[in-house]
Design a binder for this molecule. Sequence first.
Ligand code: NAD
Length: 281
Amino acid sequence: MREVTVIGSGVMGKGIAYACAVSGFRVTLNDLNEEILSRAREEIENLMDSSFHAGFLEQEAYETAKRNLVYETDLPAAAEKADLVIEAVLENIELKIAVFRQLDAVCKPETVLATNTSTMSPTEIGAYTCRPDKVVAMHFFNPVHKMKLIEVVKGLETSDETVAFIREIATALKKEAVEVNEFPGFVTSRMNCLIGNEAMNLLMEGVASAADIDKAMKLGLNHPMGPLELADLVGLDTRLRNMEYLHKTLGEKYRPCLLLVNYVKAGRLGKKSGKGFYEYE
Ligand code: NAD
């Protein structure tokens, strides 16, 4: 198994493509147009260069990764040879289903189709394909090159072989896997979205400043990052979509904080737009 295709070159797609390429896979990264892909390429190559110069990447892995990562706007051309496709488009169920239907039509019958969704149902997505046994959620964490975990989420029809295959890939990427039976938000997103939402409610109620809420969680509860800086890193638009899905599927406890809704309306999307709960260069 050598060929991985990543669909979507945003925050996560870039990181997943990088992690696969430096681990020796041949990777094709797909997005809607050349402009988006060339921005992704620049960021990935900068990360490769800085990791190499800082000594985190051996010369051979660096050179192989540069050679083995290609960029393709045409989805059928990007996916037809893949052994594994990892989808990382926006958190929108209709969009994901449309992408999976296209993938199902062009990929080899044995290709495993994984979604990097943070909350949604691999069972539902798989039901729109002719290979629901080969559809699974493979949930990476941000930033992908630093975070050790992959949550492997088994849909109702996902086969044990598919889960075992994803576990092998996780090992090849030097990551740890946890296996989760499908439920909205899995383990991590369900907990993390609630913590982040409560931090946003505290900020909205004027209980403390963003910096002090984050400081309290880091120094008092030993979180490596504050929940508001983490939400900025995730992307506030992505976090809002996660909250909306959890609210719809799990109920009132997950109603998105109005401050989050307003920030997204204003175009404050966090680190990727330069402004969220904090400001960025
Ligand atoms: P993003 O908005 O940064 O990137 C999404 C990318 O998908 C964009 O580049 C967009 O152009 C592309 N895209 C949209 N439609 C497409 C199509 N039809 N074909 C190809 N590309 C298309 O989003 P993100 O933060 O990378 O999130 C992607 C997925 O990963 C979501 O499901 C999200 O919930 C999940 N996720 C995000 C994080 C995070 O920290 N941001 C962490 C884990 C999982």
